[in-house]
Design a protein. Sequence first.
Length: 122
Amino acid sequence: MIDFKTLNYWKRAYKFSLDIYRETTSFPREEKYGLTSQIRRAAISIPINISEGSGRNSKKEFANFLQISLGSASEVECELLLSKDIGYLNPEKCLYLLNELSEIRKMIFSYRESILAELNTE
């Protein structure tokens, strides 16, 4: 079991989800149960799956939860692009969030690959 709060990629994913919550407060009220809810759930799913996976009993399970986090990150990417293109999100802010998301994805992917490599040598 790993203390997820010590993982740098969890810290960044958690901060990213807070950024998403803050940015989506300005989305139109009619999107409360639509895009606003969807992007928030996908964003928080990234650190949630990291934390859940870190508490599992095997590295294989942890790697699976990291893969789920990567899937959520892809979902957020699409939702950010949509939010920008329909005018809910400032293009500069969108670019910042997309860049941060890209860095988080690289970190998660790299850690997942190291777990899988370790499993292949056992």
